[in-house]
Design a protein around this ligand. Structure first.
Ligand code: ADP
Length: 247
């Protein structure tokens, strides 16, 4: 399909004979928010690791924007615009929120990690960094060291540093894991705001988050695609209900 931005074909990963991901065909449409859900051990993390080239598949292919990225390295995939949050965009605890986003912007323009260089160089990124922090609701915290931010705000900062790389597609690994209700609401609001035509694929356990945000949901169980569709369709699917209940 022409508007598919990311597609896998027969994606398979074995660990010493154990098939963790088994012939997965995934098609993510450009501009949508797509969720990968499923019970523990379903193969979601392995899938994510395959997509971002953290792991190599045993079999199958991955295409992004028409390129076969199956044999590429993580950095090459990132350069094509497929970025995994909370992995490539590390947050430096001792730097303020603003400094963290500046470093990410500098990296995005091909700079290295020389954030201790003269402040004059870094200030050219100030306006954009402040904009990104406003987008993720951290305006009040620009000068707060990352270490002092609440867990939820730290994750918002991670999203800001990912956005600094201007990804065409973002992979979010359990963006609301371990959050309070308030932080979950905040992250859901900010993902909805920052999508701006980007494509997002997320692994998410919180089904109300999936319901509220995601256009398409792929349900994995035992390494295979069990169901796919919008929330209303997959949540009524008897196979999905059985997989979640472990029957
Ligand atoms: P999920 O993220 O859906 O909980 P995972 O992708 O983490 O599932 O794991 C799927 C299955 O693959 C599990 O049974 C897990 O034990 C197995 N698995 C994952 N990584 C490895 C590994 N490095 N070596 C062996 N087995 C693995």
């Amino acid at each position: 399909m022409s508007d598919t931005i990311l597609a896998t074909n027969g994606l398979t990963r074995e660990f010493r004979g154990f098939v963790a991901v088994n012939g997965v065909d995934l098609a993510v449409r450009a501009g949508t928010i797509h969720a990968l859900i499923g019970p523990n051990g379903a193969g979601k993390t392995t899938c994510f690791n395959l997509l971002t080239k953290f792991l190599q598949p045993t079999r199958g292919t991955i295409r992004f924007k028409g390129h076969d990225i199956t044999g590429l390295k993580a950095a090459q995939v990132a350069r094509l615009g497929l970025i995994r949050s909370f992995q490539i965009s590390a947050v430096f605890a001792h730097l303020t929120a603003l400094e963290n986003v500046r470093v990410a912007l500098q990296r995005a323009r091909g700079g290295s990690f020389d954030f201790w260089r003269s402040d004059e160089v870094l200030h050219i990124y100030d306006d954009r960094a402040r904009e990104l922090l406003a987008d993720v609701g951290l305006t009040e915290y620009v000068d707060t060291p990352a270490a002092q931010l609440s867990y939820g705000r730290k994750r918002a900062l991670e999203i800001a540093t990912t956005l600094a790389l201007d990804p065409e597609m973002m992979l979010l690994d359990e963006p609301t894991a371990g959050m309070t209700h308030e932080d979950v609401d905040r992250i859901v609001g900010l993902i909805g705001r920052v999508r701006q035509g980007r494509t997002i694929l997320m692994v998410e356990h919180n089904l109300s988050v999936v319901e509220g945000l995601c256009d398409t949901i792929t349900v994995l169980a035992r390494g295979q695609v069990l169901a796919e569709g919008d929330y209303a369709a997959v949540s009524k699917n008897p196979d999905v209900i059985a997989a979640y209940l472990g029957t």
